[in-house]
Design a binder for this molecule. Structure first.
Ligand SMILES: Cc1cc2nc3c(=O)[nH]c(=O)nc-3n(C[C@H](O)[C@H](O)[C@H](O)COP(=O)(O)O)c2cc1C
Length: 437
């Protein structure tokens, strides 16, 4: 019988938990313990990986001020994902840990060295979410006045991938000899400079770390524009996406696979994960009531608008909440996210857009019901899409222990009982687990 299994991943960030809500953890996760325990729950449920989102700025687009972001703790405070990935990796044995790092922020040598180190620390379970950043506010923290246009960011990123690729290869796999008797640690004839001199980067090499278990981390990417999709299809081991319903998911995956094939890659080496935000309850009515309760609250609508304003650099506070947007909006920032959000032509008011699909920002399809109902729907959707997996998250990425438990102890066992997801880890390396099915 054909293997109908798909992969599970979780998308979160190192920000306060659901601190305002009755089942929150209080908003003080900075010693990492809350998220370390979250990673352990993911591992118990046999998730492939946990992925940590990141941005490098304090948002101040919504209402032209940072006050509301700070008041709501929306996208700020946000701590560095790399040390958290290490902490989560050291407290687990099988789970992949993925940190977001921007090609606009790290010199390639630093990123390659950091990734190699974390991959060794986690015994081959590190992944890098490759982003090119989307905000002028970010650029101003890195010596620029504004972000280069998307095309240029991707041109830089293409060269960036070439450089880090060369650095990861700068030690031959057997360069470390570790011959104690003859006193040889590494063989100098197997460690090479990379001597890269391109349009944007100049790097001599070699890298000063040993080859890590995966040699290079697993690459994740989320390109949505045609340029971004080509970039992702060329480089990524896994692609994360927010699509419009099952048809949108199917079309996106087919498009990525076609691009990969054109670029000479085996499409099966790329796993496409679709973001979802399941809302669970003892009964469907209870799940629906909980969902409405969350998405209709003023706090939720403001949280979503702060968030979408930050990543598109469009101030949504200028628009009437109870009217449709006056015109189709464009951005040099996250265009795919903006297009998905504004549902141009749907006639929905801004408030309805904010509430739609659990915030619309991160939900590819509606999943509201009992664990059994949601598991059934996920299985049907994946069968239609053709495979790969889901990236579970919440509308504004915040979590509570209760929600984690609902997914790991409610939904996942239902998926496992249907033979839809893994029940054990077969491999040590994250890349091998991703390619298992
Ligand atoms: C699920 C998902 C996760 C993303 N995570 C991040 C992130 O952590 N940091 C970031 O700067 N951008 C993030 N992005 C934005 C993408 O990297 C990309 O810029 C965006 O999807 C727009 O694609 P485009 O550049 O092709 O227009 C994410 C996008 C998606 C769909």
């Amino acid at each position: 019988m054909a293997d109908k299994r798909f992969h599970l991943a979780w998308f979160m960030n190192f920000t306060p938990d659901e601190w305002r809500e009755p089942f929150g953890q209080g908003g003080n996760p900075w010693d990492g313990q809350f998220y370390i325990e979250m990673a352990q729950s993911m591992e118990r449920a046999c998730f492939d990986l946990i992925m940590i989102e990141d941005k490098l700025m304090v948002p101040e687009t919504y209402g032209a001020s940072r006050d509301l972001s700070l008041k709501h703790a929306m996208m700020v405070p946000k701590a560095d994902p790399a040390p958290l990935a290490v902490a989560m990796g050291m407290a687990t044995k099988h789970l992949g840990v993925v940190a977001t790092m921007s090609t606009m922020a790290y010199p390639p040598f630093m990123l390659a060295r950091l990734s190699s180190t974390i991959d060794s620390l986690t015994k081959g379970r590190f992944g890098w979410n490759v982003v090119t950043s989307a905000e002028d506010l970010m650029a101003k923290n890195f010596g620029m006045d504004q972000l280069p246009p998307r095309e240029d960011r991707y041109a830089m990123a293409d060269e960036y991938m070439e450089v880090v690729g060369k650095l990861f290869e700068s030690w031959e796999p057997d360069a470390v000899v570790l011959d104690r008797k003859n006193g040889i640690y590494a063989d100098g004839s197997k460690v090479h400079t990379v001597d890269h001199e391109g349009r944007f980067y100049k790097v001599r090499g070699p890298l000063n770390t040993v080859p890590s278990p995966q040699r290079r981390p697993v690459y994740l990417q989320a390109g949505a524009s045609p340029r971004g999709r080509d970039f992702a299809a060329q480089h990524a081991d896994a692609i994360v996406s927010v699509a419009n319903g099952v048809e949108g998911m199917k079309a996106f995956r087919a498009d990525i696979r076609a691009r990969a094939e054109k670029l000479g890659r085996n499409p099966d080496d790329i796993k496409v994960f679709f973001c979802i935000c399941p809302s669970l309850g003892e009964t469907e009515a209870e799940a629906r009531a909980r969902y409405d309760n969350v998405t209709m609250s003023d706090n939720f609508v403001t949280d979503v608008l702060i968030s979408i304003s930050a990543i598109t650099e469009i101030d949504f506070s200028q628009y009437d909440l109870d009217k449709p947007l006056p015109s189709k909006l464009v951005t040099n920032g996250e265009s795919g996210t903006l297009d998905k959000f504004q549902q141009w032509g749907s006639g929905k008011t801004l408030r309805q857009l904010a509430a739609a699909g659990g915030g619309g920002l991160v939900s590819s399809m509606e999943l509201i019901g009992t664990p059994a109902q949601v598991a059934e729907k996920m299985g049907e959707a994946m069968a239609e899409v053709g495979g790969d997996g889901f990236l579970i998250t919440t509308p504004v990425l915040r979590v509570s222990r209760r929600y984690i438990t609902e997914i790991c102890d409610g939904l996942v066992p239902e998926l496992q009982a249907r033979g839809l997801v893994r029940t054990e880890y077969k491999h040590q390396l994250l890349r091998d687990n991703l390619r298992e099915f």
